[in-house]
Design a protein around this ligand. Sequence first.
Ligand code: ADP
Length: 268
Amino acid sequence: GYVFIARDITGERQAEQARAELYQLREANAIKDEFLGLVSHELRTPLTMILGNAQALGARFRSLPPEVVEESLRDMTANARRLHSMVESMLLLSHLETGHDVESEPVLVQRLLPAIVEQFGTAYEGADIRLDVDPALPPVEANPTYVTQIVSNLLSNAMKYGSKGSPIELVATQGPDAVRVAVLDRGSGITEEEATRIFEPFTRLDRTQFQASGAGLGLTVCKRLVAALGGAIGARPREGGGSEFAFTLRALEGAKAGAAAALAGDTA
Ligand code: ADP
């Protein structure tokens, strides 16, 4: 004969799911706590400098030589700028973190990149950027504001950590189902190991500490922006010295691409 044993496991499944969710929440909370700790630490340094300078100026303004006053003010401005850029980056990161839908549209990289370079050249005097873009690139699905921010961040790093005498190269090529945008410089470069580390928040390499100021958030922002657009970003040492930073943008699939290309032709 047979013996039937039936057991209702709905309750057990629900409990297991609840445990898994609780674990995820704890994990997310721990990451947030760690990030908050890092942020507070990073904000404290420029704030302490501003406060110290402000107090010294307040107490001894009349007796200090003008050049000391000027230097103090310059320090305060530089540190305030740093704070400002950190706060802006963190606001953007938190906005991306909340999983907002990214508004994307067909973008022609071959159109957008020259505009970014022009805008960048106005902001950074002496920027020598060589643009090398395949004119037949397919349209990508992207958000032009995000792409502008990613490229500008990478160009600004190439300016800060690159070699003064060598031009920065901005290259766009077609890859499988994607367009690849790369920024290359001839600076101190990065190693394979550093290449993954520098995308983590507040990571600054020791050897570049005194080359330029920064908050160590630019590449984190780039990574999150690229991820929001469904692409990937990475860095590697460049052959012959320097570094190469590259990211991909998804090419629009067939039908939409045809329509976008026709539209681009109309407005060319
Ligand atoms: P920041 O420039 O504010 O320090 P980033 O997140 O943009 O922050 O960069 C993190 C670190 O990665 C930099 O401090 C620097 O050490 C390294 N890095 C970034 N770009 C380059 C580059 N083009 N060449 C060499 N090192 C770089």
